[in-house]
Design a protein around this ligand. Structure first.
Ligand code: GLN
Length: 524
């Protein structure tokens, strides 16, 4: 909702930023399992954030920052640190005002150059955990004044098939709960499977104390890309401006949304990509990757079918050939831990030997190096220190690197939370390399989230095996990209390019990869 509204406000020429409040107690989602919480989205400034920030960024085109996502855990951590330092000068530290003040400060932080800040509160009205956030919002609305803030409440209007009826009671109850916390919504966005008839809309308006035009039906859209256009057709942006008392009857420029929905819904070609990973049971675990592949398809007006393949399946040769043969390209994504790694290495060998386009991302790139080391360079037991002690650590722990804030150092005993090489780092690409032609540039900047790196002591032997280091950190110390010049499309990257892809600006690596898959589809 927030992402689509941001897109609509931008289409009217406003500058927006979206923020997410997560009421759980983890300091950030960095240490949470992708199965619990979906992917961890990394910002340029190195924050590990909720995956919704990726959605916001893809829809608004505005790069998210550390200051756009906060959890209860972080708020409490900051407050307790201040309390220990003695900053509260002996005062009793309490949820109101100390926690609520921090939340309000966070909501308005770094907003000088903006017209609108959209704050989304995670969870459901009535949750115990979200109460301080609700209270902070109530206070903030009072402090800002009536036409400086509005509240939009997303509710559910379920359809009971047996009775053939839409039920408005859950909406009424949740609005009652919200008003009991002192927040009267200005706009209701009602999620429903069937169109909301006028009389039901009027009923909701009357019971919930909201104008009828501000009860906006939000039906399931044909795709997520169609949501902004649909909300616009239902009047969401008009109602938001009306609630702010802003006179603006200029039509928004939604041309880029018409363009991408057309590309997505009317494809001219089709490819099938095999993603060989570990968290294939939950699509949110690879949210940005999924989106970036679709964006790559939009660049070619091509439908991208993604087959999520469990790497553990590929420990036997038979399964591997029958499952991978129909793929027009193979991608091994980022990940952590040893489980499934042999299956990933076997899939990479298959892609290399059969000349099938291959894209390795982060752990996928590291596995491509192990595959080359073992099967081409003859380093039999090549491994990564991530999986335990090894005689041939072709991938090893990064112990030192240069960040914007100076030299960062790590060792085996460092904490797990927030200690990876995180955020945007520059890389230099070799002249005449495949990646330089894909990016049409030699200097790039991409987002990272890793603890290990290719061990440069093995560089020469890997290069003798045909795996070229075509991108390095500017000081030449950290390998960023490997590629095989003797293969139609074989690229491994230490960073996460999927985090920067946007529907109206597909990432060049994904656009090129889907292009290669299209070529491959014409061969088979
Ligand atoms: N586990 C690997 C590392 O820490 C790769 C991380 C990733 O794929 N994001 O280096």
């Amino acid at each position: 909702m927030a992402a689509s509204l941001a897109a609509l406000l931008q289409a009217r020429g406003y500058r927006v930023r979206i923020r997410k409040f997560d009421p759980y107690l983890n300091v950030d989602p960095g240490t949470m399992s992708p199965y619990q919480h979906g992917e961890v989205y990394v910002t340029d400034d190195g924050a590990e954030t909720d995956l919704d920030l990726g959605h916001y960024e893809r829809f608004s085109g505005v790069s998210a920052r550390q200051s756009d996502n906060v959890t209860s855990g972080r708020i409490y951590q900051d407050i307790i640190a201040k309390e220990r330092r003695g900053d509260y000068l002996g005062a009793t530290v309490q949820v109101i005002p100390h926690v609520t003040d921090e939340i309000k400060k966070f909501a308005l932080d770094k907003s000088d150059d903006l017209d609108f800040i959209l704050c989304e509160i995670g969870g459901t009205v009535g949750d115990i955990e979200s109460l301080p956030f609700m209270e902070a919002i109530r206070q903030l609305r009072n402090e800002l004044g009536r036409d400086q803030s509005i509240s939009i409440h997303v509710t559910l209007v379920p359809y009971v098939a047996a009775a053939g009826e839409l039920k408005t009671k859950p909406t009424q109850h949740s609005v009652r709960e919200l008003t009991s916390l002192g927040i009267q919504p200005d706009i209701l966005l009602c999620r429903c499977e069937h169109n909301l008839p006028e009389n039901e809309r009027a009923k909701i308006a009357a019971f919930c104390n909201v104008r009828k035009e501000a009860v906006i039906p939000a039906l399931d859209a044909e795709s997520i890309y169609a949501v902004p256009l649909q909300y616009h057709a239902e009047g969401l942006d008009d109602q938001v401006l009306h609630a702010f008392n802003i006179d603006n009857n200029k039509e928004p420029d939604l041309s880029r949304w018409y363009d991408i929905t057309d590309r997505y819904h009317n494809p001219e070609g089709e490819v099938t990509i095999g993603v060989v990973g570990k968290y294939v049971g939950l699509q949110d675990a690879y949210k940005s990757l999924h989106e970036a592949l679709v964006h790559g398809g939009m660049a070619h007006r091509t439908r991208v079918n993604i087959k999520w393949l469990d790497a553990e399946m590929f420990e036997s040769e038979k399964d591997l050939v029958s499952k991978l043969e129909p793929m027009h390209a193979i991608l091994v994504p980022g990940g952590f831990g040893e489980r499934g790694s042999e299956g990933k290495i076997a899939s990479i060998k298959f892609a290399r030997e059969r000349n099938i386009p291959f894209f390795g991302i982060c752990l996928g790139m590291q596995m491509a190096c192990l595959e080359g080391a073992r099967n081409v360079s003859g380093i039999d037991n090549a491994s990564t220190s991530e999986f335990g002690p090894t005689d041939n650590p072709v991938i090893g722990l990064i112990t030192e690197w240069q960040s914007k804030d100076g030299i960062e150092t790590r060792d085996d005993d460092s904490d797990l939370g927030g200690t990876m090489r995180l955020g945007a780092y520059p890389a230099k690409l070799n002249d005449n390399s495949h990646v330089a032609s894909v990016y049409e540039a030699q200097d790039i900047e991409e987002r990272h989230r890793h603890r290990f790196e290719v061990n440069m002591a093995y560089k020469e032997r890997l290069e003798q095996g045909g795996l070229i280091f075509s991108g390095m950190s500017p000081d030449g110390s950290l390998p960023e990209i490997v590629e095989r010049p003797d293969h139609p499309w074989f690229i491994g990257v230490q960073f996460h390019p999927e985090l920067k892809s946007r529907p109206f600006d597909p990432h060049p690596l994904f656009a090129s990869f889907i292009g290669a898959a299209l070529k491959q589809s014409r061969l088979v």
